[in-house]
Design a protein around this ligand. Structure first.
Ligand SMILES: NC(=O)c1ccc[n+]([C@@H]2O[C@H](COP(=O)([O-])OP(=O)(O)OC[C@H]3O[C@@H](n4cnc5c(N)ncnc54)[C@H](OP(=O)(O)O)[C@@H]3O)[C@@H](O)[C@H]2O)c1
Length: 303
């Protein structure tokens, strides 16, 4: 449908940038990111290719900013056919947002959660809402444990906000916060799919891409190794990908006609299983209920 619109967070780098360019072939792209100049650059690329794009500045770690951005998108009145929650960070040392909440948890889970809850009532029946998640949430995923991950370490929403994870986790800096926040994304998808069957909520694990900016906190040697040595090897390695391939798979899921909801797709666009924990309906409902309860504790001036 040429008059459709697609909302994408984190379109300024990595998977998101390539996906935004792909989506321009399917309709207007609403670019949601924290850096106005970078958004303008992506918008320029889309427009010079004959596409249409709108920029919405939003720092997903800032609750008030998320609410303003969602309201701005609703105000645009575009025929939204899909929303892609793609933005994410993997910091290698703990940080905090303005509320003092763990930065990875706030950026990866809380921001997209609030963004989606505000947009959802305004979306037409059947609208596709996709979250880009990560298989590192699964403690039984061998490729992830071999890289040092120990799966998601969820205690509660309040504990996550404090940056506390189930003890005995990963020695890899930032891994427990990242894996837990990405598990919360997947739990949100599974619970929202049950709660709101008039929309489609799905998740995708795009594959491991060493060349994106996700590892921007790594030292220069690792970043150069990732970009120039590991990235070109990606097509040869199981579960690995590159932004171009991932963008095509993500776009296929986001623009697809399937009625499926609550599905977790792999890097080839095939249904996959996540951890036993995240698939437990009691667990994923608890993640959502605790997230909502945590959000109620935020003082009105910070909302
Ligand atoms: N790379 C992988 O191997 C891999 C594997 C599985 C899943 N993923 C997931 O894929 C998604 C995209 O990651 P990527 O690898 O493409 O990383 P990336 O190149 O670092 O891109 C991340 C995007 O998120 C944006 N972002 C970060 N913090 C933000 C904030 N506070 N507010 C708004 N936007 C923010 C970034 O904006 P700026 O340009 O302004 O920094 C950028 O556009 C993430 O959700 C990640 O968890 C990645």
């Amino acid at each position: 449908m040429p008059d459709s619109a697609y909302v994408i967070t984190g379109p300024t780098s990595g998977f998101g940038r390539r996906t935004a360019l792909e989506l321009a072939g399917h309709g207007t792209v609403v670019l949601v990111g924290r850096d106005a100049a970078k958004l303008d650059d992506v918008r320029g690329s889309i427009e010079s290719g004959g596409g249409k794009a709108v920029s919405v500045v939003c720092d997903l770690s800032d609750l008030a900013g998320v609410r303003r951005a969602a309201a701005q998108i609703i105000e645009l009145g575009l025929p939204i056919a899909g929303v892609l929650n793609n933005a994410g960070i993997f910091p290698n040392r703990p940080g905090a947002n303005a509320l003092g909440w763990d930065l990875a948890y706030a950026t990866n889970h809380i921001g997209p959660f609030v963004f989606t809850e505000i947009l959802a009532p305004h979306l037409e029946d059947g609208t596709q809402v996709v979250f880009v998640v990560s298989a590192v949430e699964d403690p039984d995923r061998k490729a992830a444990t071999m890289s040092g991950f120990r799966g998601a370490r969820y205690i509660s929403a309040e504990a996550s906000a404090r940056g506390e994870w189930v003890p005995g986790g990963s020695k890899l800096p930032g891994a427990d916060a990242y894996a837990t926040s990405k598990q919360c994304n997947l739990a949100t998808v599974l619970a929202f799919a049950r709660e709101t069957p008039r929309l489609r909520f799905n998740a995708i694990e795009p594959g491991f891409a060493p060349g994106t900016n996700l590892g921007r906190d790594a030292n220069l040697f690792l970043r150069l190794l990732s970009k120039y040595v590991l990235s070109p090897l990606a097509p040869l390695i199981k579960y690995w990908t590159n932004p171009g391939t991932a963008a095509r798979v993500i776009t296929r899921v986001l623009t697809g006609e399937s009625d499926a909801t609550g599905v977790y797709y792999d890097e080839k666009g095939r249904p996959m299983r996540g951890s036993a924990q995240v698939h437990d309906p009691a667990f994923n409902a608890r993640v959502v209920a605790e997230t909502r309860a945590l959000l109620k504790t935020v003082p009105a001036r910070a909302k």
